[in-house]
Ligand binder design. Structure first.
Ligand code: NAD
Ligand code: UFG
Length: 339
C-alpha cells in the first residue's frame, strides 16, 4: 500500500515509518515539524535504505493535503499529527481544539474528495478517563469526566470518526487507543526527542539518567497500588509500530477501536528501578504531591487486538529501558547537534 502518515516525523510516526517500510509498504509523510525535525526521517532512511517523501506543511491547510492526494494514489492514511501535552492543553485549550479537531476535519474532507477510504487514527487510553473497572476494555464508556482538553479532543475525534463511518459505509477506520508508549528503535538511532521539559515519565527518567536533570519527581505515593505510586501500561514503541501495521492490514468497513498496550501495569517506582538496572545509573527521585487529573492505575485489556489484528506485544519493560537508554546515551540532546 501507499500510505500517508500525518505527523510521521514525530516519535511514534517515525518508528511506524520504519515498520511499514520493513513490511514493504510505500510511505509519504506530511508534518509541519512543530514537534519534530527532518533528522528523524533522515535516520529512518539511513536504517532502511529507502527514501521517504516528506511534505512539510500544516495538515489544516487544504492546499497541502490536496497537493499530496492529487499527485499520488494514496491507499490509506495513518493520522498521528496533533498536539499531545496534557498540561499545555489545560493552559491553552483553544489551540488544542483548533489543531486536533480542525486538522482532523480538514483531513477527512480531503479524503472524502479524493475517495480515500482507509484511516488509522492515534487515539489514547486517556479517553477512558478514570476507568470504572480494570483492565480497560474497548466497550467501556469513553469521554466521561475527562480531566483535560487534550483527552477530550481524542474522545471527540473518535465520535466524529464513528459518525463519518456511519454515513459512508465504504469508510474503514480504526482508532488505536495507545496506552503509554516508551522506548526506541533497537538501533538507538531514533527515539523520543521532547523539545521542552518532558511531561511524561519515561523521557524524564532518561534525562535524569544521562545527567540532564537532577531527579525525578514521583507524583503521588499513596495511591491504592502495589507501592503507592501510579500504575500504567507501558508499551514499547516498536510493538506499537507493529500494531499500526497490523491494524492497517486488517481494516474493515466501519469504525472500530482497539487498545494497544501490553496488558500489564507497572508502577512509577518499578519503572525507575528497571531503568536504573538497565542503564547502570543512579536515578534519584522524590515522592511529591499527586499530579492533578492523574488516575491511580490504567492498563489495557488487549484481547480484541489480539483476536482481530493477531497482534500482541513481544518486548518487555527491560527491553524498552535498554533501547531508550541506547537512544538517550548516543543522543544526549536528542536529534539536535548529533548530525
Ligand atoms: P509527536 O509530537 O512526536 O508527533 C506528532 C507529530 O505531528 C509531530 O511530528 C508534529 O510536528 C506533527 N504535527 C503536529 N501538528 C501538526 C499539524 N497541524 N500538521 C502537520 N503536522 C503536525 O507525538 P507522538 O508521541 O509521536 O504522538 C503521535 C500521536 O499519538 C499524537 O496524536 C498523540 O496525541 C498520540 N498519542 C501519543 C501518546 C504518547 O504518549 N506519545 C499517547 C497516546 C496518544
Ligand atoms: N509521573 C511521575 N513523574 C513524572 C511524570 C509522570 O511520577 O515526572 C507518573 C504519573 O503520575 C503517572 C505515570 O508516571 O503515574 C505516567 O505518567 P505519564 O505522564 O508518562 O503518562 P500518563 O499516563 O499520565 O499519560 C500518557 C500521555 C497521555 C496519554 C496517556 C494514555 O501523556 O497523552 O498516557 O495513553 F493519553
Amino acid at each position: 500500500m501507499l500510505i500517508l502518515l500525518t505527523g510521521g516525523a514525530g516519535y511514534i510516526g517515525s518508528h511506524t515509518c520504519l515498520e511499514l517500510i520493513r513490511r514493504g509498504h510505500e510511505i509519504v509523510v506530511l508534518d509541519n515539524l512543530s514537534n519534530s525535525s527532518r533528522e528523524s526521517l533522515r535516520r529512518v532512511q539511513e536504517i532502511t535504505g529507502h527514501t521517504i517523501a516528506l511534505h512539510v506543511g500544516d495538515l489544516a491547510d487544504p492546499e497541502v493535503v490536496r497537493e499530496i492526494f492529487s499527485t499520488r494514489r494514496i491507499d490509506a492514511v495513518i493520522h498521528f499529527a496533533g498536539l499531545k501535552s496534557v498540561s499545555e492543553s489545560l493552559r491553552n485549550p483553544l489551540k488544542y481544539y483548533q489543531t486536533n479537531l480542525g486538522s482532523t476535519l480538514a483531513l477527512l474532507q480531503q479524503m472524502e474528495s479524493y475517495g480515500i477510504k482507509k484511516l488509522v487514527f492515534s487515539s489514547s487510553a486517556t479517553v477512558y478517563g478514570d476507568p470504572c473497572g480494570l483492565p480497560s476494555k474497548e466497550d467501556s464508556p469513553i469521554g466521561i469526566a475527562l480531566s483535560n482538553p487534550y483527552g477530550r479532543t481524542k474522545s471527540m475525534i473518535e465520535q466524529i470518526l464513528q459518525d463519518a463511518a456511519f454515513a459512508d459505509p465504504l469508510l474503514s477506520i480504526a482508532a488505536l487507543r495507545y496506552f503509554n508508549p516508551i522506548g526506541a528503535h533497537e538501533s538507538g538511532r531514533i527515539g523520543e526527542d521532547p523539545k521542552q521539559e518532558p511531561n511524561n515519565l519515561f523521557p524524564y527518567i532518561s534525562q535524569v539518567a544521562i545527567g540532564l536533570r537532577p531527579k525525578v519527581s514521583v507524583f503521588g505515593g499513596n495511591y491504592p497500588t502495589i507501592d503507592g505510586t501510579g500504575v500504567r501500561d507501558y508499551i514499547h514503541v516498536m510493538d506499537l509500530a507493529e500494531g499500526h501495521a497490523a491494524a492497517l492490514e486488517y481494516l474493515k468497513p466501519g469504525f472500530d477501536a482497539y487498545n494497544l498496550g501490553s496488558g500489564c501495569g507497572a508502577s512509577v517506582l518499578e519503572v525507575i528501578a528497571a531503568f536504573s538496572r538497565v542503564s547502570k545509573s543512579a536515578i534519584p527521585y522524590d515522592i511529591v504531591a499527586e499530579r492533578p487529573g492523574d488516575v491511580a492505575a490504567s492498563y489495557a485489556d488487549v484481547s480484541k487486538a489480539s483476536r482481530d489484528l493477531k497482534w500482541t506485544t513481544s518486548r518487555s519493560l527491560e527491553v524498552a529501558c535498554r533501547d531508550a537508554w541506547a537512544w538517550q546515551s548516543a543522543n544526549p540532546t536528542g536529534y539536535v547537534d548529533n548530525g
